[in-house]
Design a protein around this ligand. Structure first.
Ligand SMILES: [Zn+2]
Length: 110
């Protein structure tokens, strides 16, 4: 089944595996303003957020990847708690799309 939703909705509440800035390695915390780089490869239904940037290192999509939908969004970090496992995790909140590149943009890198 194909699920379609606005990317803002997909990324809101996205549970982050890495919560340090990809550039300066600053540990990011709840309430921090961040830029998130999200990518979805052609034929893949899921999105991943391989890179996160702090307010000062905010990035741009300089070199679009062919065959991937890439997205740069700004938002802040929030804390979500799972009452069952009592675990908290940092998630994305207040997402706004900054830049996007379509699968047909960019060039093949060999
Ligand atoms: Zn940084």
């Amino acid at each position: 089944m194909l699920v379609t939703a606005p990317v803002e909705q997909l990324l809101t509440g996205f549970q982050l595996a890495e919560t340090r800035c990809s550039f300066c390695k600053t540990a990011l915390q709840e309430g921090d303003t961040v830029s998130a780089y999200a990518v979805q490869y052609a034929g893949d239904e899921s999105w991943s957020v391989p890179r996160l940037y702090c307010r000062t290192c905010r990035s741009t999509i300089e070199d679009p990847t062919l065959g991937a939908t890439e997205l740069l969004a700004e938002g802040r970090l929030g804390l979500t708690m799972d009452a069952t496992t009592q675990r908290t995790s940092l998630t994305l909140l207040g997402i706004e799309r900054v830049a996007q590149s379509a699968p047909e943009d960019g060039r093949a890198t060999l």
